[in-house]
Design a protein around this ligand. Structure first.
Ligand code: NAD
Ligand code: ZN
Length: 251
């Protein structure tokens, strides 16, 4: 069961000059990448993500934490963008063709948006493909097989960590600044597949509203944002987004 798309949302997208989309783990769920709530299965069932995805966890047990992230990196290598990712890439192309603007703020670390063809993507939580040396700071994209040694080592002798933002860490300042600039210009804001409880992303809907933008949520279930937005659409992003883009931009 899912909601039908309100005609107001279709009209808002059709008339929008500047669209900002905030995406979360839910958008990648249909590609087979579990959200954190679902990721702790099998071997990892006894762990709490709050205990693995922290700088303290890495300091205490770099072997285990880097192995967990490397498994997740291997999983990301096996999956493909789903219709929700493709629809967002199409939304961007349609808006640009009309002289509009589009910015995708993602909390996902899997780069599936880029794989689907999205261009203007801001990675708020970094990327699981980038691994950074804690000593010399050099970061490199790793697309190969499992590291085989945990934690992976840098040529300088330092320890390398996944280039993701852990709980308790600052978001990349430039990503936050660029997000705020885009939100300050937008006339339509979507929150898609995110529980919208983690700051600063949780505040983005308020920034958009303050700017006077119309706001929309797309999620499988209600979230704290549901009562704040102009329209909350319950359903899977992989079904709702393609239909929305089809309806807004049909020739
Ligand atoms: P989250 O807070 O973004 O929560 C996921 C949300 O997606 C939930 O509200 C859920 O109801 C919704 N959802 C699930 N399936 C959906 C679907 N098919 N369509 C629409 N909505 C759906 O994310 P989280 O899992 O709590 O993860 C926290 C952080 O961990 C993320 O922000 C990210 O940094 C990292 N993470 C990234 C990935 C990824 O890159 N794919 C996956 C897991 C976790
Ligand atoms: Zn180094």
């Amino acid at each position: 069961m899912r909601d039908t798309i309100p005609s107001g949302v279709i009209e808002a997208l059709r008339g929008a000059k500047s669209v900002v989309v905030l995406s979360g783990a839910g958008v990648s769920a249909e590609s087979g990448i579990p959200t954190f709530r679902d990721a702790m299965e099998g071997l990892w069932a006894k762990y709490d993500p709050m205990e693995l995805a922290t700088p303290q966890a890495f300091a205490q047990n770099p072997e285990m934490v880097s192995r967990w992230y490397d498994e997740r990196r291997q999983n990301c290598a096996l999956v493909k963008p789903n219709p929700g990712h493709h629809a967002l890439a199409r939304m961007e192309r349609c808006l640009i063709e009309r002289g509009g603007e589009f910015t995708l703020l993602t909390q996902n670390v899997d780069r599936l948006h880029q794989a689907a063809g999205s261009r203007n993507v801001i990675e708020l939580h970094g990327s699981i493909w980038e691994w950074r040396c804690e000593r010399c700071g050099v970061s490199r994209e790793e697309r190969g097989g499992p590291f085989g040694q945990y934690p992976p080592q840098c040529a300088c002798g330092g320890t390398r960590r996944p280039g993701v933002v852990w709980f308790g860490e600052q978001l990349p300042p430039k990503a936050v600044r660029d997000s705020e600039l885009a939100l300050g210009r937008c006339d339509l804001f979507f929150s898609v597949g995110t529980s919208a409880v983690v700051q600063p992303a949780a505040s983005f809907v308020y920034l958009a509203k303050r700017r006077g933008a119309k706001t929309v949520e797309i999620n499988r279930e209600p979230t704290p944002v549901s009562d704040i937005v102009d329209w909350s659409i319950m359903g899977k992003s992989g079904a709702i987004l393609p239909e929305l883009v089809d309806m807004a931009f049909k020739k």
